[in-house]
Design a protein around this ligand. Structure first.
Ligand code: DAH
Length: 356
């Protein structure tokens, strides 16, 4: 029967074309060409009326079978294609998350100031000193008064000290001298007082930490910097002990070939007081730009603890003597690495910091 043959032909042809349709668009196109309004199968179905009535049931049944099979074949091929396309896409877009990244995450380093601070701690721990901590926010008693600073000492003024809003009368600026006795410590020396108030001699301690001063940052000043305070209190401590200790420290931190020199100076809390210089590491004492042609570089302040400070702290000044010193950590860094500007230490610029 001609119609049955035609139906078979359409079905066979579709089977071939299905295998060749490799995209969903091509498949849809094929579906329209076969089963759409003017599709080949649709057109054949329309010829059913011309079939002899006695053959119609058999031909109709066959035609419906063919249509059902074609529909299923289209759906099956669509499923197959979708699966293949998904697999290809997964293959294309998949990433091995266990592979290392193309760019290595750069490792951070310890900040130069932290390393020098730790180095200083190691030197003094090696001599049996304790490392103690103290408060950043303190009072005028610890920062000035018990350190023997007179009431009218210029360092107490709001120009040189950050006062903290505390119990000032409402509406009044607290930075007027005397209005607030709470401040950001301007030196670590106050930790001497905290320590002596709570510890019986012998005392051998250092206190590294941040200090604050209302200075505008420039090449040589920072409003926030780091000091290491030192304090020794025992019976029979002499200036010779101070000198031996600080000579040893300077050679450890700057090198065995460096000479030291002790110049008289004044600090309210030590008597006698001195400033300690080390010989210039650039010209070795000859005189150069780095040391202002003096051959020496100032590195720390020190002195014998003033008996008045012992009295403020409840330490028997007839029985005990002691020495104290204060080291600027940023200054040590600047001298060691010839840093042209202290602000480099505050920027967090990795190009600079990674060098240490
Ligand atoms: N506190 C001093 C300053 O900030 C440094 C200092 C000098 C500390 C002499 C001391 C010392 O303990 O004896 O400039």
């Amino acid at each position: 029967m001609a119609l049955i043959d035609d139906l078979k032909a359409v079905q066979d042809q579709l089977a071939q074309q299905l295998a060749q349709a490799t995209s969903l668009e091509a498949l849809e196109d094929l579906r329209v060409r076969t089963m759409g309004k003017k599709g080949e199968l649709t057109m054949l179905m329309k010829q059913m009326g011309k079939v002899a009535p006695e053959d119609r049931p058999a031909v109709g049944k066959f035609a419906n079978q063919v249509r059902g099979q074609i529909e299923s074949a289209l759906v099956a091929r669509k499923g197959e294609l979708a699966k293949q396309l998904l697999a290809a896409r997964i293959e294309r877009e998949s990433a091995d998350i266990t592979l290392p990244g193309r760019t290595q995450t750069p490792l951070g380093t310890q900040h130069l100031i932290s390393s020098i601070r730790e180095e200083i701690e190691d030197i003094f721990c090696g001599m049996g000193y304790d490392v103690v901590d103290g408060p950043y926010v303190d009072t005028t008693w610890y920062n000035f008064t018990a350190l023997n600073a007179p009431e009218d000492h210029p360092s107490r003024s709001a120009k040189d000290t950050f006062y903290v809003v505390d119990n000032a009368p409402e509406g009044k600026p607290t930075h007027v001298l005397g209005e607030s006795d709470v401040l950001l410590r301007t030196q670590t020396s106050g930790v001497q007082v905290h320590t002596m108030e709570t510890t019986e001699p012998p005392i051998f301690m250092i206190c590294p930490g941040t200090v604050f001063r209302p200075d505008t940052a420039d090449a040589n000043h920072l409003p926030q910097f780091t000091q290491v305070e030192g304090l020794v209190v025992d019976e029979g401590i002499t200036f010779g002990d101070l000198k031996g200790t600080l000579d040893y420290f300077c050679r450890q931190i700057f090198g065995e070939d460096r000479a030291t020199r002790y110049r008289p100076h004044f600090f309210p809390f030590t008597e006698p007081s001195c400033e300690v210089d080390v010989s210039c590491g650039v010209c070795h004492g000859e005189g150069c730009r780095f040391c202002n042609n003096t051959g020496w570089i100032e590195i720390l302040g020190a002195g014998m603890v003033d008996p008045a400070v012992f009295d403020f702290c409840g330490i028997d000044s007839k029985r005990y003597t002691g020495f104290a010193f204060g080291i600027g950590v940023e200054r040590v860094a600047a001298l060691r690495y010839d840093l042209p500007d202290l602000r480099m230490l505050m920027t967090g610029d990795m190009r600079f910091l990674c060098q240490f």
